[in-house]
Write a new protein. Sequence first.
Length: 401
Amino acid sequence: MQNGLLAKNKNYRMIWLAGSTSKLGDWFNQVALSLITLSMTNSALSMGFVLLCRSLPGVLLSPLLSPLVDKYSKRIIMYTCDLFRAVFALFFAFAYITNSVSLLFIGAILLGLSGMMFNPAQQASIPLLVAHKDLPNAYALNSSMSGIISVVGALFGGVVSSIVSPIVCFLINSFSYMISAFFIYLTKWEEERITYEKKETYADALKVGFHEVKRNDYVRSIILIGISWGFAGGAYYIVVPLLGKSIYQMGGLGIGLLYSIDGLGIILGAIIVKKFIGTNRKRVNLAYGVAYVTQAIFFTLLTQFSSIFTGIMMILFMRISSGIIIPLDSFILQKHTRSTIRARVFSIHDSTYSGFMQLSYIVFGFLFEKLGISSVGLFAGSISLLCGFSWLLKLGKNNDL
């Protein structure tokens, strides 16, 4: 049981609380940053550039640093990342106070740099803290809590940024990282230390992760299908603020409302994983592929209508699909990867997914301004749809369905 896992496993509980707290603060940041960027620049392309600056450092450097995550204490890495993130989250408040667009970009870069090793370390630590039979529950719990947090964080972030001040949202974000660091400080567990052979250089250790991706069909397939949503996903994270502020004319409240519906969908998807999918190989493979297809369909429909009611329903159904994908993605990847190279594989997965999302921030930011939401949404959704079908066809040929 998930609740039993939290009650009985202190280290996992602390890591779970740390991740949940920092994610809550991230949503306050997400809503406030979207609002002030669009208000200061009135440009979808600028919104894309800010998102690019926040995520690009991890894309470029995370795979290169991933052997360090496998070799050194994941606990210390996460703790250090949180302390730096607590400082750099305040740059957005200074940008708003001084009305400086350049500070938005600087803050986004520094926040991205300071947090780029946190997720690989957290992902790699969970199998060390949780028994194999409990891993699906652990990942589903992480996913469902992420959904709850996005509902609460996005909704309150919208209220606070619109009624009080975006500055308060950035202060909350900074404080959330300090609380996260405190929870990580309370943990203690033994980690398997990797000792490289004398002839093995750092470059050799780095190549091991890429070799695993090349030879492991499951890992390679997960990474390739992740790339498809990484590309379409950049369009999604630009279109939500555009819909909330410009199409529905609701400002920060509209952005927060849409992101809260996003979180509700994630919760429902995680419940479906726990209740109906579990660890059965064929159900996992089928659900993963079908969810990618339905996610693409509902994303496309989201961009075709200007009614807020229709938008809410499409986001809800789309993110239910995402809520199925997220825990299954982590479960499939960790199940087919050795523990000694897991951080390197997760880093490659995260960086390729995020890398194509960075590309899409710029591409779709430009296209939204030139072609409009409807045409661009149809194009982005079609890409993800085709990749979802390719996963199902591949599994069908391999008799994995």
